[in-house]
Design a protein around this ligand. Structure first.
Ligand SMILES: [Zn+2]
Ligand SMILES: [Zn+2]
Length: 156
């Protein structure tokens, strides 16, 4: 895919603080300022700009799941409004909506009480408490968006 490679080349020279590494998924790793990419993704350019946006916006870890959702939204916004026009990439609204829906489903699944199915509130990074029956449950940590996205897809 020559176009995608030319975008990658431009980004690598414009953002030399970050490393871009071939992988089987798109991820941003703040600890080593590394972006991984999957060259076979049909939305290669959009996803690359999305991960780069996490990097540019300085996204690190998060305490609350809703903070993660906000970071995802901000990264898509930055990719579409700032990087897209600059690098002549049209980021499709569909992919943003699909991604954000996936996050909302993920948040809903995590925050639903396994005992009574009421909604819980997050009390700690990996702990929720039901507002109705007061039971507490733990959730897995899943730091990268793509990891979570693929897990969700597998469960469907
Ligand atoms: Zn993301
Ligand atoms: Zn409950």
């Amino acid at each position: 895919m020559p176009l995608a490679h030319s975008l990658l080349n431009s980004l690598e020279s414009d953002f030399s603080d970050f490393t871009f590494t071939l992988s089987d998924s798109f991820e941003w790793h703040p600890a080593d300022a590394a972006i991984t990419y999957d060259p076979n993704d049909p939305y290669f350019e959009s996803r690359l700009l999305h991960e780069l946006s996490h990097a540019i916006l300085g996204h690190q870890s998060y305490e609350r799941d809703i903070d993660l959702i906000a970071m995802e939204r901000d990264a898509w916004q930055h990719a579409k409004m700032k990087l897209g026009p600059k690098y002549k990439v049209e980021v499709p609204g569909d992919i943003i909506h699909h991604d954000m829906d996936t996050y909302r489903d993920w948040l809903h699944a995590r925050s639903t009480c396994p005992h009574c199915e009421s909604t819980g509130i997050q009390t700690k990074k990996q702990t929720y408490q039901c507002v109705t029956c007061r039971k507490i449950w733990r959730v897995n940590e899943a730091r990268t968006c793509s990891l979570r996205r693929y897990k969700l897809d597998q469960n469907k």
